[in-house]
Write a protein that binds this ligand. Structure first.
Ligand code: TXA
Ligand code: MG
Length: 340
C-alpha cells in the first residue's frame, strides 16, 4: 500500500482524510499529545485494521475521539455529573474519560470490556478530521506496538509507511506524551495513565482520585490491570534502557565508569558536558512540560545513535513529570539503579 502524505493546513487534504476514514481506511492524525492511528470508531471492520497495522494485541481497547461534547452522549450509557464537570474543565485537551459504554461501540474498540474511553482532543487538525469524517474516530498512538509513540508525522511514517492509507502532517505535538486516562466507572475515580492533565488537576474537580498501582509498579504475575495496555512492554527503543536514580555528580561518575562502545546517556539539557559517552537530552531538569515533549523523540534518537545500553537520568514524578516517569520506567522494563 502507498501511504499518501497529507497536509493539515490544506483544506482539501482534511476533506480527503475524512473521505478515507468514512470509507473504512486508516489515517495517521496529529493531536496535541501524540500522533494517532485513526479509523471510524463505529465501524468494527475498520477498527480491526488498526490492530493489524500496529501489531496490537486484540485485548487492548482503543480511545474514541470526538470533536464536540454532544457526540459523547451516544457513546456511553450515561454521563454522571462528575464526568460532565471534568469535561467542562479540561476538554478539549489531553484527558481521556472512561465510562460504561453504549451499544453502538463495536467490540473491537472496547476489546471485550463493558466500558469505553473517550477523548475530545484540542488539536484543531484532529477536530477538523473528525468533523470531515462525520464520525467519532478510534485512535491509539501511531507507533508499532511496543515502540515509543510518534510526536511528528515523520516518526509516525517510520513505523507506518506502507501500512496505512495516509498520514496528515500537522507539525510536532505540543504535549508529547499520551493523554491522562481516568476511569469514572469505579468509585472513587482512578487514574490509569498519567499525562498532560495532572493528578492534582483531576483532584481539584473530582475530590478523591486513586492512582492505579500499575502507574508506578510492574504487574505481578497473573495480575489483570484495570487498563489492559499496562501489561505490555511499552515505549521501548532497541537499546536496553536503565534508569539511574541519584544526584547529578553520582550519575556522571557512574555513567563515565561504564564507558564502552554502545553505551549512551539520556540526561537533562546541559548535562552532556560532563559525560564521556554519547548523550541525548530530554529537557530541562525542572521543566516537566519540556521533558514530556522530548522524551519519546530522545528514545528514538538513541536508536539512531546505535546505542546498545542507555543510562537515563531518573525523572521527578511530580506534575506532568509523573507521566514522563511512567513512560520511562516502562521503556526501562522497570530497571532502576540507585546511586548516591
Ligand atoms: O493521547 C492519547 O491518548 C493518544 C492520542 C492518539 O489520542 N492515544 C493513545 O491511545 O495513547 P493508546 O491506545 O496508545 O492508549 C490507550 C490506553 C491503553 O493503555 C488502553 O489499554 C487504555 O488506554 N484504555 C482504552 N480503553 C480503555 C477502557 N475501556 N478501560 C481501561 N483502559 C482503557
Ligand atoms: Mg500507545
Amino acid at each position: 500500500m502507498k501511504t499518501i502524505r497529507l497536509q493539515a493546513d490544506h483544506p482539501a487534504d482534511i476533506i480527503r482524510a475524512g473521505e478515507i476514514l468514512r470509507q473504512g481506511g486508516l489515517v495517521g492524525i496529529p493531536t496535541e499529545t501524540v500522533y494517532g492511528l485513526a479509523a471510524d470508531a463505529l465501524n468494527g471492520e475498520a477498527v480491526a485494521k488498526i490492530f493489524k497495522a500496529k501489531g496490537r494485541p486484540m485485548d487492548n481497547p482503543l480511545i474514541v475521539h470526538i470533536s464536540e461534547i454532544s457526540q459523547w452522549k451516544k457513546l456511553v450509557r450515561e454521563i454522571p455529573e462528575s464526568a460532565r464537570k471534568l469535561a467542562e474543565t479540561y476538554w478539549p485537551g489531553p484527558l481521556t474519560i472512561i465510562l460504561p459504554k453504549s451499544d453502538c461501540i463495536p467490540d473491537e474498540v472496547s476489546a471485550g470490556l463493558e466500558t469505553v474511553a473517550v477523548r475530545f482532543p484540542a488539536h484543531p487538525a484532529a477536530r477538523a478530521v473528525i468533523e470531515a469524517a462525520g464520525t467519532p474516530l478510534a485512535a491509539p498512538s501511531g507507533n508499532l506496538s511496543g515502540k515509543p509513540s510518534p510526536t511528528t508525522a515523520h516518526t509516525m511514517l517510520e513505523d507506518m509507511d506502507g501500512r496505512i492509507e495516509a498520514v496528515l502532517d500537522g507539525g510536532p505535538c505540543q504535549v508529547g506524551v499520551e493523554s491522562t486516562v481516568v476511569t469514572l466507572a469505579t468509585q472513587p475515580p482512578r487514574l490509569l495513565r498519567p499525562g498532560g492533565i495532572t493528578l492534582e488537576q483531576l483532584r481539584q474537580v473530582l475530590g478523591e482520585v486513586e492512582m492505579d498501582e500499575a502507574v508506578l509498579n510492574p504487574l505481578k504475575a497473573g495480575e489483570h490491570p484495570a487498563s489492559p495496555g499496562m501489561k505490555y512492554k511499552h515505549y521501548a527503543p532497541k537499546a536496553n534502557v536503565i534508569i539511574v536514580d541519584g544526584p547529578y555528580e553520582s550519575y556522571c561518575a557512574y555513567v563515565n565508569g561504564q564507558k564502552v562502545p554502545g553505551v549512551a546517556a539520556m540526561c537533562y539539557n546541559g548535562e552532556e558536558a560532563r559525560l564521556e559517552v554519547p548523550a541525548v537530552c530530554y529537557g530541562g531538569e525542572e521543566d516537566y512540560d519540556e521533558q514530556a515533549r522530548e522524551v519519546f523523540d530522545a528514545l528514538r534518537k538513541l536508536d539512531e545513535l546505535g546505542a546498545k545500553t542507555v543510562y537515563a537520568r531518573c525523572p521527578e514524578p511530580k506534575g506532568v513529570g509523573l507521566a514522563v516517569y511512567n513512560r520511562l520506567i516502562r521503556a526501562a522494563g522497570f530497571e532502576v539503579l540507585h546511586v548516591d
